[in-house]
Write a new protein. Structure first.
Length: 320
């Protein structure tokens, strides 16, 4: 499928297409470098190409028939469902929605296969998606089943009446409960990563100590976000020389053959229901791989005590 755009003001090619296609700069970079973009009939592979007014931009979106042919051979746990919202426990290594660089079934594909009613205001590829999780991150997400619910939930994201508490296993214990407030933007030397960048977008995270492993080398912590930047928890932990187990991209040095994904789990979601206006809380069961790690390395009695929803919420209330 081809899409055409006329340049109305000078801009960089990647910035222009990111706005027009409503995709991330990383996804746009993939399109440009794969020669899917033409300017006035000429293929352009430079992401920072300077556009001139009245130029014609033609984008050939990759065919999705290959991806569609892939079997959706997975299931997703439904935590709660009514006419307005669906709350699910996303498994790790599942992409939330489609993008030019994605060639595998997504959560949205699964939702559509289940014939679940979805909001449409985020576009074809993101039906129902109000907020997301990284591919490797597991845990609780809410999906909007109507446009009205989607708008209401989006407003809650902005005013912070909806949010999540995360669990993470890190490779070096924190010295104390802490708040990190450092700006985040695309890493200038590695486009796969985000980083602390002076002129980046403001980002604020809070971290709470929960339990030490029996050898006191790793720690279970909880995280709460005040902003929603890409890779925010991972970047802010890395800025303190702490890394989530399995997070090789941001500096984890452990045995990746035993830990094959990032041990980050969105554990608790709180929101105001779009229709009843009641405050609701949801817990996403901890994945089997993380539970196995707990059993081998932690005192399970302490783990059960510390992952209590009330305990976690009260822990943050004491300092933020």
């Amino acid at each position: 499928m081809n899409k055409n755009f006329i340049v109305e003001e000078e801009n960089r090619l990647d910035k222009f297409l990111s706005i027009q296609l409503q995709e991330t700069r990383n996804q746009i970079e993939h399109l440009i470098k794969k020669e899917y973009v033409k300017i006035d009939g000429i293929v352009i592979t430079k992401t920072g190409h300077k556009l001139k007014i009245n130029q014609n931009i033609e984008v050939t979106l990759p065919e999705v028939t290959t991806k569609e042919a892939l079997a959706i051979n997975f299931d997703v746990e439904i935590i709660y469902e009514d006419e307005e919202i669906l709350v699910i426990n996303k498994p790790s290594n599942l992409v939330v929605h489609d993008a030019p660089s994605v060639n595998e079934p997504t959560l949205v594909d699964w939702l559509k296969k289940k014939n679940i009613s979805l909001s449409t205001i985020s576009g074809e590829q993101r039906h129902g998606i109000v907020h997301r999780l990284d591919k490797g991150t597991s845990g609780v997400m809410v999906v909007a089943k109507s446009n009205e619910a989607h708008l209401f939930l989006s407003e809650q994201l902005q005013d912070k009446t909806m949010g999540r508490y995360y669990l993470a296993l890190i490779d070096l214990p924190l010295k104390e409960n802490t708040i990190v407030e450092k700006p985040i933007a695309r890493n200038p030397t590695n486009r796969l990563k985000m980083g602390i960048v002076n002129n980046g977008k403001s980002a604020k995270s809070a971290f709470v100590k929960l339990a030490l492993s029996q050898d006191e080398k790793t720690e279970l912590i909880s995280a709460k976000l005040f902003t929603g930047r890409t890779h925010q928890i991972r970047v802010h932990l890395s800025s303190m020389n702490r890394h989530i187990l399995g997070d090789i991209l941001y500096g984890f040095k452990g045995d990746s053959t035993k830990i094959n994904r990032v041990y980050l789990h969105a554990y608790c979601l709180y929101l105001v229901h779009p229709k009843t206006k009641k405050i609701m809380n949801f817990i996403a069961n901890i994945p089997e791989d993380m539970n196995t790690y707990f059993n081998k390395n932690f005192n399970m009695e302490e783990i059960c005590e510390k992952i209590n929803k009330t305990y976690i919420i009260n822990s943050f209330g004491s300092f933020c």
